[in-house]
Write a protein that binds this ligand. Structure first.
Ligand SMILES: [Cu+2]
Length: 307
């Protein structure tokens, strides 16, 4: 309970309560039971999103909620029919109206500045020289990110994903596993997230992701990467991620796309650079099945990865 409370109110609150060292922030790469906070971060963009939420948004939300609560209590106590039998009849107060118009505008501007900075980071493919915000959203960018070394294309179809390794000219489909197949695995992947062929990428490498829809609009989203991009037919969207930790990271199609919208999960397996090179060579020479055989079997640690 303490862990969930702390997650909800962010690292800052957790630290203040002295709970931070005892916390195992489970749920990196996948949701965990009872979790109401973010999944753990493994990329500079998700670092920014977490810092933005924990460092600013949650406090703005808290302050506004408490302020409204106080106003409600004052009104209930002081202006009920018994305490205030003859109500005042005025309807305007110019100063008050200016304040309650201007104050929300100022709050929105304060939120918008770091928000647009994070958005710009998300939308700008690294070139090796541009600095990114990372977890320090109030800086002018101090996190170095290398230029992309790999380009993959995710195509959303009703109802599965296809992944293309653009430079190798290789494409394969990624389908949800049936419950029977999932449970037959030596170490079962999480329910409703299990796929047959994961997207495989190397660790500590910037990956350019192109996203497109083949039929209707889908959305390619991986919470631990801080990535969510619409897959729009006829339009190639682009984003990037650089994962610093090996493991399996799950996401789901995040745009209502038809009856099986909930059954086209996304699974990204981040492996060592050597393992990836071997995998990619096998993919190039043969099929995705051949390539997947070069990878070590999924372990329980990889699948229940906690940061
Ligand atoms: Cu979809």
């Amino acid at each position: 309970m303490a862990g969930q409370f702390s997650r909800a109110f962010g690292i800052a609150a957790g630290g203040a309560l002295g709970l931070a060292p005892a916390l195992a922030l489970a749920g990196t790469g996948q949701p965990s039971p009872g979790e109401i906070g973010f999944q753990g971060s493994v990329t500079p963009i998700m670092d920014s999103i977490v810092a933005f939420h924990n460092g600013l948004l949650i406090w703005v939300v808290l302050a506004i909620s408490l302020f409204v609560l106080v106003l409600l209590v004052i009104i209930i106590v002081r202006f009920n029919a018994r305490a205030n039998p003859t109500p005042a009849r005025f309807t305007h107060n110019t100063l008050l109206e200016v304040v309650w118009t201007a104050l929300p505008v100022i709050i929105l501007i304060v939120i918008a500045i770091p928000s647009f900075a994070v958005l710009t980071d998300q939308m700008t493919i690294p070139d090796g020289t541009r600095q990114y915000l990372g977890s320090n959203i109030f800086s002018f960018g101090s996190t170095a990110v290398p230029a992309p070394a790999l380009t993959v294309k995710a195509t959303g179809s009703q109802w599965y994903w296809s992944y293309s390794y653009v430079d190798e000219n290789k494409t394969y489909d990624s389908n949800i596993l049936s419950e029977k197949d999932r449970l037959a695995q030596p170490v079962p992947q999480p329910r409703l997230l299990a796929v047959d062929n994961m997207l495989v990428v190397p660790v500590d490498t910037t990956v350019r992701v192109q996203v497109i829809g083949a039929d209707v609009i889908h959305s390619w989203a991986v919470p631990s990467f801080g990535v969510k991009v619409d897959a729009v037919p006829g339009r190639l969207n682009e984003t990037w991620f650089n994962a610093r930790k090996e493991g399996v990271y799950y996401g789901q199609c995040s745009q209502l796309c038809g009856t099986d919208h909930a059954f086209m999960p996304i699974a990204v397996r981040v492996v060592s650079k050597d393992a990836f090179d071997t995998w990619l060579k096998a993919l190039k020479a043969g099929s995705v099945d051949d390539a997947n055989k070069t990878l070590p079997p999924l372990t329980a640690a990889e699948l229940s990865d906690a940061a």
